[in-house]
Design a protein around this ligand. Sequence first.
Ligand SMILES: Nc1ncnc2c1ncn2[C@@H]1O[C@H](COP(=O)(O)OP(=O)(O)OP(=O)(O)O)[C@@H](O)[C@H]1O
Ligand SMILES: [Mg+2]
Length: 491
Amino acid sequence: MAKARMNLPRLVVVTKDPDTQRLAQRYGEEVFGADDPSDALDIIRTVNPDLILFDYRFGPGQFDELLVKAGQEIANVPVVVVGDESGASAEFLEAGAFGYLQGNKDFGQMERIISRIENESNAIRANQSQDTFSAACPEEQAGRFFAEELACSVSMVGKSSAMLSSLRMIKLVAGSRCNPILIVGETGTGKELVARAIHNLRHPNEQFVAVNCAALTATLLESELFGHVKGAFTGADRDKTGLLELAGCGTLLLDEISEMPVDLQAKLLRVLQERNFRKVGGVKNIKCKATIMASSNRNLKSEVDGNRFRRDLYYRLNISPIVLAPLRSPERKDDIKLLAEYFLRTSSICPEKRDKVTSLTKLAIKNLEKHDWPGNVRELRNVIERAMLLETTDKIGLSGIVLDPTDCGRASESPAAGLIKGFSLANAERELIARALKETGWQKTRAAALLGITRATLYAKVKQYNIAKDAHCARGTDELSASSLHEAATC
Ligand SMILES: Nc1ncnc2c1ncn2[C@@H]1O[C@H](COP(=O)(O)OP(=O)(O)OP(=O)(O)O)[C@@H](O)[C@H]1O
Ligand SMILES: [Mg+2]
C-alpha cells in the first residue's frame, strides 16, 4: 500500500474492519492492530504509539472505558475515532477523543489531525530540546523562536515586525465576536496556522474543520458544506451531515475561498447573514453557531473586479482581515534565519540527524535571505529538509542550500530544448506544470486540461512543488503581492 505523504512513526488501530486497518497502514510507519479494546491496552503500553485509531463501532462506552483504564499512560497520546459519515461525534469528543473521522476514507481530516499532532509535538520539542544555540532555561528556548506564548502554542515562529503585527491582530480578532474572519496571504505564509491559532484562543475545546474550496466540484462542495438528506440527488442513499453542522460551536475554515463557485458564494452569504441553513434537499432550518473563517492566496478585490467573486460576499468577509506578509518582504525577512534554524531543530524528515546537523553557516543564511521565496515558509521548510537529508557534517553550508532549480528563461523553451536541470521525474513534472501554467497565463482550468489532469490535482501539484509566478517573469494580476494584500486589507 502506498503511504500517504504525512505519516506518523507508530500507530495502534483498534478495529476488526480491514478498511480501517488499511487507513492505519496508510498513515503509520509501524502499525499495531488490536481486534478489540480489551487487547488494545497491552499493545498501547508496550509500543508507546504516536496515535491511536479507535473504531466507533465499539461504541462510546468502550471508548471511555479504554481511556479510563489507560489513564495517565496515554494522557499524551491522541486518540482519534474512526466514525461514519453521519458524524455522530459528540459523545466521543466529550469522552476525550482528539478528533473524529467521517469514515475510513476521510483522508483530509486525518491529514489535518496529523499536522495538528506534529505542530503540538514540535512546540513541545522546541521547548524541551537542549540544543547548542539555545539558552539553558526552557522559557528562553521557547522565546528564541516564538514571540510569545500564543505563538509557541501553535508553533508560529517569528519575531519580525510583520509577525508581531499579525500576532496582535490574531489576538484582537480572536477576542472579539468578529465572524466571519478573513485570512489572506500568499501560498505558504501560514494562513492555516493562523486559523488554528484563532480557533485555539476562541474555542479550544470545539471542533476545527476545514475544506479546500478548490479541491471539490460545485455539487460536492455544496453537499460537503451543507450536508444532504437521503434522496436529494442520485446517489444520496442516506443523510449526510455537512461541515457547517459538524463544526458545531467551533470553527469552519473555507480554504481558497476565491475558488468557490459563484452560486455557492450566494448560499454562503445567506448563511453568514441569517446564521442558519438547510441541507441539500432538506426543509428544516439548522442553526449555524460556528466561527466561519475564509482564507485566500488571491487578491479578492481583483477577483471581485474580474466578476469572479461576489462583491457583497467580499465586503461581508473583509471586516478585519488578517494579512500575512510574504517571507521576502522587508518586514518579514528577519524571520528567515529563525525559521531555518527552527526547521533544523524540529524536522521529522530524518530524526537521527536532528542532533547531528545543528546549524547553518553564515553564507548559507545569507543565501537564504537573498532568495525570493515564492512558496514562502513551506518552501523554506522544504529547502531546509532537503539540505538536512544531504548533509554529512554538523553544519549546512552554501552548497547544501538547493533553491528552486527552475528559471523563467527555460520555462518558455520547448520540451525538447534541453535536459532538465537536476534530471528527475519530479523535476520534469514540476517543469511541465510550470510551463503549462505560464502558457495559459495561469488559468488553472486550461492548464489542467493541457496537462490532462483535474484542477484539484493541479492545485495539489502546484502546492507540492511550490510553483508560483516568479517575480521576474509573470507576476500577474491575480497573485497577491505585498502591496496588493495591504490594499485588500484596507479597502
Ligand atoms: N510562522 C510559522 N512558523 C512555523 N511554521 C510555519 C509558519 N508559517 C507557516 N509555517 C509552516 O509552513 C507550512 C505552510 O503553512 P500553512 O499551510 O499554514 O500555509 P497557507 O498560507 O495555508 O498555505 P496555502 O495557501 O498554500 O494553503 C506549514 O507546514 C506550516 O506549519
Ligand atoms: Mg492553507
